[in-house]
Design a protein around this ligand. Sequence first.
Ligand code: HEM
Length: 421
Amino acid sequence: MAQSTVPPQAPDILSPEFIADPYPFHRVLRDFHPAHHHEATQSWLISRYADCASAFRSPAFSSRNYDWQLEPIHGRTILQMEGREHATHRALLNPFFRGKGLEAFLPVITRNAAELVTRAVERAAADLADGLVGRGRADLVAEFTTWFPINVMVDMLGLPKSDQERFHRWYHSIMAHLNNLAGDPAITAQADQTREELRDYMMPIIRERRSGDGDDLLSRLCRAEVDGQRMSDEEIKAFVSLLLVAGGETTDKAIASMVRNLLDHPEQMAAVRADRSLADAVIAETLRFSGPVHMIMRQTEDDVRIEGTTIPAGSTCIMMLAAANRDERQFRDPDVFDIHRPDLDVAKAFSGAANHVQFILGRHFCVGSLLAREEMAVALGLVLDRLPNLRYQEGFTPREVGLYTRSVASLLVEFDVPTAA
Ligand code: HEM
């Protein structure tokens, strides 16, 4: 007699169990509820790789959700733009953040932007490393990863080093606001203040750089033109605000997860130490296995069918990137961290042809994927070269936190202190 099996209930993504360890619940969603309506958030959860990948490429899914999700904090940004407006902004930004693809379009700016990125990345890494080595113990999250991408950005924008601390504070305030699911009014008030402070700080600098000839990112953004169009003062300010989260929080958390993955798999740490050409594989597999962005939202513009379920036009969807990147329909043994896995396309992992979705795919594909890769590669080199015999402090167990974005809360490590020659 055939046994009737009752499918497990769909998990509540806001429950403490899910937040403590979402990965087993991702599997339940993928296998039994691939297009599930979640009552509490009034959103549809989309968890399979193929469904997320095709949604990102479809005009039926727009990013208009950012009108209410992010505009109040940053102002209007590229994330919520579509069509021509979006294409123009991509074309303005791409030369600063992409390599070869745009060399033919704006060769001089591209070359200088790449130099700026490389220089800024190396300088920020070296500054922080000098503060760490010699002590032998550190919380790599508090002392390195939360600072590194922000410092790179302050430097790239041509802002004074003395403002790094200020940007770091704004960064934490914006992140707290985005994660403020409980609606704590103190966090909202703090974020409102951050928005005003950032505006008061940025506007005079933007006006000044319009007429200058500086070669920092901000000056170049002020002067850049596509089809006779420039970014307005408001748009540049909004973009700088977006960078704190889009480029700061993501890379911060990605680096922390990368170090954690290698500490948890010493044989893979030894492999990349011995063969540095494995660095891209470490970075790409970190993004697949433990990418910082667990969820992003989309809005349906038409009725759409996903896995037999109709999602009505005007619905909010939560695209579950972390679930999609561990879909067994796409990756074998997806819950295993393996830098040698044959089914992850490392060569394409930082491009729009990637076969993971941590940078999504399609028209809103992450502008900063190559900058992120560069920062992660520099951080990896630093860990391997400057922190010998890296290990967890005794008794320390890494603990992941976060719902929309996720990584370890701290990384308490020890390493051998180089003896003076
Ligand atoms: C590991 C690090 C990073 C991850 C995982 C990541 C992830 C993402 C994701 C998922 C999106 C799509 C958001 C959406 O459409 O809803 C995105 C877009 C974007 N990212 Fe990144 N990002 C990273 C680093 C960076 C960096 C370093 C920058 C700095 C320039 C950056 C700038 C942007 C921008 C401007 C967009 C908007 C693109 C558009 O709407 O056309 N990101 N990123």
